[in-house]
Design a protein around this ligand. Structure first.
Ligand code: FAQ
Length: 327
């Protein structure tokens, strides 16, 4: 027993020092002591974020071959490649917490890991590509700029570059919509239709309402999250409504109204049933998205095998320079 009590005291003192470091707004690095629950929360959030970036390439990738001009195609290809890069930085950040990438990918492919609900909706027209850039990247920036100050160093540092790239994505999306809204009545109607379909799913990206969010309180105490889901959602609405006005399209919410007293836009109730249905795998595209990722992983097996064989050969060459050269 005395041994256990001593261990417990040591654990408590480590935990106290850890929290004091967080409260001083210092960064936690991979080799620092951290509570298991902090590590677990980070693996969960960072890997879900990585999966979202990777699955998020699919709805837009669908339009690369149909972009209306060379300029649009180049912009979209660069954006989709950026998302791949974000996924890779984030998997690397998760790996610093002691989990293997293969395990994370397996969790995605077997439906054990979540990814953002937004990527389970289809991209029906070119205006959807503009709307994803404008709204989805806009929401991602709103959520991710505070993550640049997240307490876990590798995640915070990855977010700095991610946010710079997301801001280019947001502008390219807005510019696509601006062109459509200044174009023919049919093009403007296409933009309006895309806004009608993507508005509510974009608000859902911020996660459940604070009262129904099991992780927010603890994640804020650990400085992983700096703002709650509802706070960020409100900021997003306040930022985006004037942009819709500039485009001349209407946000599909009859209850949307500027509140003079709070200087915020009040907005209608989100359909939380739809949100949880999509999160649980029953959205319009969940099955297609996972099937596409599994296929890409299987088709890419030879690349992973070739890289491993090459790495082994390089290693052997270092150990036995002459033998490998002549083999
Ligand atoms: N979809 O207690 P909370 C992007 C889950 S990247 C699916 O509030 P937390 C770039 C949540 O995981 C978009 N599941 O959880 C791009 C938890 O499940 P669990 C992704 C959701 O972690 C643009 C449960 O509900 N961004 O867009 C969603 O404190 C264009 C309870 O929720 C990030 O991942 C959802 N929307 O807060 C790419 C940012 N919301 O684990 C391509 C980092 C919640 O208990 C094209 N993540 N859930 O089973 C975060 O900031 C947080 O994890 C939240 C959720 C805010 C997403």
């Amino acid at each position: 027993m005395p041994f256990n009590a001593e261990q417990l005291n040591m654990e408590l003192s480590l935990e106290q020092k850890f929290q004091e470091k967080i409260d001083r707004d210092e960064r936690i690095e991979p080799r620092d002591w951290m509570p298991d629950s902090y590590r677990k929360t980070l693996v969960r959030q960072i890997s879900q974020h990585a999966h979202s970036e990777i699955v998020g390439m699919l709805p837009e990738g669908n339009w690369i071959s149909r972009a209306p001009s060379l300029k649009r195609k180049l912009g979209l290809m660069a954006k989709v490649q950026d998302e791949a890069g974000h996924g890779l930085y984030l998997y690397s950040a998760a790996e610093t917490l002691g989990i293997e990438r293969d395990t994370l990918i397996d969790q995605l492919h077997t439906g054990k890991a979540k990814y953002s609900s937004i990527f389970n909706y289809p991209t029906l027209t070119w205006a959807d590509i503009g709307t994803i850039g404008w709204l989805v990247d806009g929401a991602a920036i709103m959520n991710q700029v505070p993550l640049c100050r997240c307490s876990y160093g590798p995640y915070a540092r990855a977010m700095v570059r991610v946010c710079k790239e997301e801001s280019f994505h947001q502008r390219q999306g807005f510019e696509i919509l601006l062109s459509l809204c200044q174009g023919s009545p049919e093009q403007k109607a296409m933009a309006q239709d895309a806004l009608n379909r993507w508005w509510w799913p974009s608000l859902m990206m911020f996660g459940p309402s604070d009262v129904d969010s099991p992780h927010t309180q603890q994640s804020m105490a650990w400085n992983i999250k700096r703002f709650s889901n509802d706070e960020l959602r409100q900021r997003f609405v306040d930022m985006t409504v004037p942009q819709a006005e500039l485009l001349g399209i209407t946000v599909p919410d009859p209850e949307l109204k500027f509140n003079e007293a709070t200087s915020n836009y009040d907005f209608g109730e989100i359909d939380w049933d739809e949100f949880w249905q999509v999160v649980k795998g029953h959205g319009p595209c969940n099955k297609d998205r996972i099937a596409a990722r599994v296929k890409a992983h299987e088709d890419g097996a030879w690349v992973r095998e070739a890289s491993m064989a090459y790495a082994e050969k390089q290693e052997q060459r270092k150990l036995n320079p002459i033998e490998v050269k002549t083999a």
